[in-house]
Design a protein around this ligand. Structure first.
Ligand code: PMP
Ligand code: GLN
Length: 400
């Protein structure tokens, strides 16, 4: 048997390797292409369709004019490092040292990649929740780790404590949490977060927490960063992204915060991935992080109204819907419409309604796919007029 090459492990980990050795594009790329090809409304890939705050955009233009166009320092522009430290203190009461405990990365994706490649050795177990963001499977494969998952259960997509206890053992190198969660929009409760810390401590595992949707959280829920829980900080790497908070997904500015030794380990890898990125965007994101509380409140309130618009439309159209507590995404069940398979449904949806969505199976491993087969994900980070049009079109779907 030939040993799979690293790229094949990555493709297999993300569920993109077919039995004949071919490799598919990511579900997001496939579905965005389908939307363009069919002229459909793209509620598949999660990116906003309008610009974020004007001062942030202006700050980037200004930085380019001011000549901020060469390599920034390896850890990030000091202006951004300081703004990230202020943000952690202002929102979460966490003190981080800008000179040793923060690393700016090419989006959250590079933060995840550098972290897993720095800290996971071949055969180490990495625990994620399932469904999981596709990059997790791909990167665990690339690092040659062993991917263990803990299922999230509909309708509220929370894990069961006994499943967590069974999955996290002395073999676990790292627990990769995503809160708020893509694709389900669930927010883990405090008991779950505390159990993760307890188990990580007992088994001496690291916690990597992907909190890119930290500010996209709705009334009734709050964001609790794991790093702030008792005993968590020394073993936790927290990852975030400016793309989600400031509607700048194409700028690819992300960052992580962690104890200094872990940042040193991760930067050792990161310097050979991108080295650095986005010089003029870094001070612009610093400007964004310092925006007043009102900006952050309006961001969540506006997005919640969009969530409600799409949720009401999906419910009226006959989908089974769970209201997400955060993120860009809502999960809908197509079974009440008479469809059993979310993949087939998503392929038919452009014709049925001129809309594109993503099947949840794209976020699952083959062994567990059956738990999620009739579920699909819609993104509501779009203009209200676009969502209204999508809802009007979805209303025309006939039950099979
Ligand atoms: N983690 C999660 C859970 C995401 O949903 C995304 C992108 N939507 C990322 C990471 C990647 O973020 P970035 O675009 O900053 O690389
Ligand atoms: N994170 C985005 C989503 O879940 C997509 C990012 C990507 O295309 N890799 O839709």
């Amino acid at each position: 048997m030939t040993i799979p090459a690293p790229w094949q492990r990555a493709a297999r980990g993300a569920g993109l390797l077919s039995p004949d050795g071919g490799v598919a594009a990511s579900i997001f790329a496939q579905m965005s292409a389908l939307a363009v090809r069919t002229g459909s409304i793209n509620l598949g890939q999660g990116f906003p369709d309008e610009d974020g705050p004007a001062p942030v955009l202006e700050a980037a233009r200004q930085a380019i004019s001011d000549g901020v166009n060469q390599y920034p320092p390896g850890r990030g522009d000091p202006v951004l490092l300081a703004a990230i430290a202020r943000h952690q203190s202002r929102f979460y009461g966490l003190t981080v040292d800008p000179s040793s405990e923060i690393l700016v990365t090419a989006g959250a994706t590079e933060a995840l990649a550098a972290t897993l490649l720095a800290l996971v050795s071949p055969g180490d177990e990495v625990v994620t929740f399932e469904p999981f963001y596709d990059a997790y499977g791909g990167l665990i494969g690339l690092a040659d780790g062993v991917h263990r998952t803990v299922l999230l259960h509909a309708p509220d997509f929370q894990p069961r404590p006994e499943d967590l206890r069974a999955a996290i053992t002395d073999r676990t190198r790292l627990i990769l949490v995503n809160n708020p969660h893509n694709p389900t929009g669930s927010v883990f409760n405090d008991a779950t977060l505390a159990l993760i810390v307890e188990l990580a401590t007992r088994h001496d595992a690291l916690i990597v927490t992907d909190e890119v949707y930290e500010h996209l959280i709705f009334s009734g829920a709050t964001h609790t960063p794991i790093a702030g829980l008792p005993g968590a900080r020394e073993r936790t790497i927290t990852i975030s992204s400016a793309g989600k908070t400031f509607n700048t997904t194409g700028w690819k500015i992300g960052w992580l915060t962690a104890p200094a030794e872990l940042v040193t380990a991760i930067i050792t890898v990161k310097q050979f991935l991108s080295y650095v990125n986005g010089a003029p965007f870094q001070p612009a994101i610093a400007r964004g992080l310092d925006l007043p509380d009102e900006f952050y409140q309006d961001l969540a309130t506006d997005l919640q109204a969009k969530r409600d618009l799409l949720a009401a439309g999906l419910t009226a159209a006959g989908f089974g819907v769970t209201l997400p507590q955060g993120s860009y995404f809502i999960v809908a069940d197509v079974a009440p419409l008479g469809y059993a398979d979310g993949v087939a449904f998503c392929q038919a949806l452009p014709e049925l309604a001129g809309v594109v969505a993503v099947p949840l199976s794209a976020f699952t491993s083959p062994a567990n796919r059956h738990h999620f087969s009739s579920l699909v994900r819609f993104a509501y980070c779009k203009r209200s007029a676009v969502l209204e049009q999508a809802v009007a079109q979805l209303a025309g779907i006939r039950r099979l």
